[in-house]
Design a protein around this ligand. Structure first.
Ligand code: PDD
Length: 281
């Protein structure tokens, strides 16, 4: 495996960042994850747009142009010889003596890229079975629209899911509504066949897969509502699923151990998964 670190491609085991990188000490960094289909990045522009927005919100400069970054990402994919997988990009504010406030003399952002392989047969098998989710109180900060590496609440929620034999955790806000998953957006298919996913005015990440899938669903003639739902509504729905660069479109068959619909992946989710993958390819 080959990683990209600050202008160089190096074997992953030798890829290092400085101990005073602000990403490491303060989570002062943002990231993006692209799904890779047949060696090509899925939804490249959507992720670039969100990266630029996350960086701008934190006043970190874009480390290089979109064009240059595209070349570096493609080169990272090529050097790793991965066709089906995930590409991870992290940009931190850079290296500076520890101080919560920004460095007073400008530093260059740190850029790290890794590429990993995904076993598509295994992920298709997982989708065909569906996954469970657990619920957990929303305890993240107020800017979940920024894709920062400050993921401790997400990591703890994901661990809770794993220990319950589930795959994802849904955060529940003070009104009892699902905000999103620890690393995905949440959807249901109502009894009348309407797709429902939370609006992005709320404190959630604007998922690139979510946005693409809204298009896919509308093109497929499905009715879509951007409106939040409760875990109880998910249990009473026909289907539920999650979306993200890692999960693509993944059917949810249980919430806190209770079955959604008939407890099997639904036809709408499976169809949307197919349509999404076809379009991303
Ligand atoms: N996670 N919500 C959260 C909190 C996420 O971390 C992610 C993505 C999503 C889905 O966004 P997108 O469709 O743009 O991937 C929603 C990535 C995959 C991760 O952390 O690995």
């Amino acid at each position: 495996r080959i990683a990209y670190v600050n202008g160089r491609f190096v074997p992953k085991r030798d890829a290092m960042v400085h101990i005073e990188d602000r990403g490491y000490q303060l989570a002062d960094a943002v990231y993006e994850v692209w799904a890779l289909f047949d060696g090509l990045l899925a939804d490249p522009e959507g992720h670039f747009a969100r990266l630029e927005r996350s960086l701008a919100e934190l006043r970190i400069s874009m480390p290089m142009s979109r064009r240059a970054l595209t070349l570096v990402l493609k080169e990272a994919v090529r050097r790793n010889r991965v066709r089906e997988g995930l590409v991870y990009l992290q940009v931190s504010r850079g290296v500076a003596t520890r101080d919560h406030a920004f460095p007073t003399t400008p530093v260059a952002p740190s850029v790290v890229i890794t590429v990993s392989r995904v076993d598509r047969a295994a992920t298709e098998a997982r989708a065909a079975k569906g996954v469970g989710v657990v619920t957990t109180p929303e305890n993240r900060w107020g800017r979940c629209d920024i894709k920062t590496v400050g993921l401790l609440p997400n990591a703890l929620a994901k661990q809770k899911a794993r220990e319950a034999g589930a795959v994802e955790a849904w955060f529940i806000d003070d009104l009892g509504l699902v905000t999103e998953g620890a690393s995905s957006n949440a959807w249901i298919v109502d009894q009348d066949g309407t797709l429902r996913t939370r609006d992005t005015n709320a404190n959630i990440l604007r998922g690139v897969t979510r946005l693409s899938l809204l298009d896919v669903a509308r093109e497929a003639g499905l009715k879509v509502e951007e409106r939040p739902f409760t875990p109880d509504e998910a249990l009473k729905a026909k289907e539920a699923f999650i979306t993200g660069a890692g999960s693509l479109v993944l059917p949810v068959v249980s919430v806190d151990g209770k079955p959604v619909g008939d407890g099997a992946p639904g036809p709408v989710a499976m169809r949307l998964r197919r349509l999404y993958i076809e379009r991303a390819k």
